[in-house]
Ligand binder design. Structure first.
Ligand code: GUN
Length: 291
């Protein structure tokens, strides 16, 4: 029997723990604060940011939201970040990606105070992660580590294939997997759009983590029996539904489920973990800044 991993349930468990830490901080006079910044008119990004804000409100984290039109200058974003860096009520800052093409992403990430960088994307925090001394682990890879642990999937000694090399998921995921200790110690292969014979790599994997942003690119024929499949993709594809689209992952769920030992659905898989770990990082940020 294939286990369909319930990301909502695991996310709720983590969130409960974070809520308890929030209550403790509030009783000590510190209300954790998360600022989200959206410089985009993209409907999907708007949805993700509002889900993050709602999750904060539900556990007593104060949410601040800043919307900047996609055709404004990069300076508008920089000055918003400067204000948030200086605001003591804001412990965490999240600038939703992707940004418009005219905005230099690296300058934006470097502008955020590394202590408030709850995404873990600032070069200082990336460096700390690679050095094995993370301050804030990026939310999606950290959530996947938690999900594997909760599902009883051990990474030590296993062949793990990460498909995708993004700064947000692929690179930090691979880094966490090769580190010493629980959730690490894996033999890790990072595949991407230039990989020759992807199926050869995925068929030899114990765990496949699909994070390429390509709808249903991995199907059951590319997997061996007994694989654990983690699907990070959330792709909108045209469909005859009320909204005119449906959400599909990077994995063809039905055929992959035939082979997998455990598999995440889309939606309801990795997504809730990303949000739970954002709350976790925000409370950690508040704690570090008030201590
Ligand atoms: N866009 C997609 N995922 C993420 C994320 O984890 N953080 C930010 N800031 N933007 C994203």
């Amino acid at each position: 029997m294939t286990t369909v991993i319930d990301g909502n349930e695991i996310g709720d468990q983590i969130t409960e723990g974070v809520a308890a830490c929030t209550d403790t901080l509030v009783s000590e006079g510190v209300t954790p604060g998360l600022a989200t910044v959206l410089m985009s008119d993209d409907g999907a990004s708007e949805t993700y940011v509002s889900m993050k804000q709602r999750a904060c409100n539900e556990i007593g984290i104060e949410g601040f939201h800043h919307q900047i039109s996609a055709d404004e200058s990069a300076e508008a974003l920089f000055s918003t970040i400067d204000e948030l860096n200086a605001d003591p009520a804001v412990h965490g800052i999240l600038v939703q990606m992707p940004l418009p093409d005219h905005v230099p992403k690296r300058d934006v990430l470097e502008r955020i105070d590394p202590m408030k960088d709850v995404d873990g994307f600032h070069p200082e925090n990336v460096g700390r992660l690679v050095a094995g001394n993370a301050r804030y682990k990026p939310c999606t890879p950290h959530g996947i580590q938690k999900m594997l642990a909760e599902t009883g999937v051990v990474t030590e000694g296993k062949d793990v294939v990460v498909v995708g090399r993004s700064d947000i998921v692929g690179k930090p995921m691979a880094n966490l997997l090769i580190q010493y200790g629980p959730g690490g110690n894996a033999t890790t292969t990072v595949c991407h759009s230039r990989t020759d014979d992807l199926a050869d790599k995925t068929r030899n994997a114990d765990i496949v983590i699909a994070a390429a942003g390509v709808p249903e690119m991995i199907d059951g024929s590319m997997l061996s029996a007994g694989t654990t499949v983690i699907d990070v993709g959330i792709n909108r594809v045209d469909a005859d539904t009320e909204k005119g689209y449906e959400l599909v992952g990077d994995v063809d769920f039905e055929s992959a489920k035939e082979k997998a030992d455990a598999i995440t659905p889309v939606p309801g898989g990795v997504g809730p973990l990303t949000i739970a770990m954002l709350l976790y990082n925000t409370v950690k940020a508040a704690s570090l800044q008030s201590g």
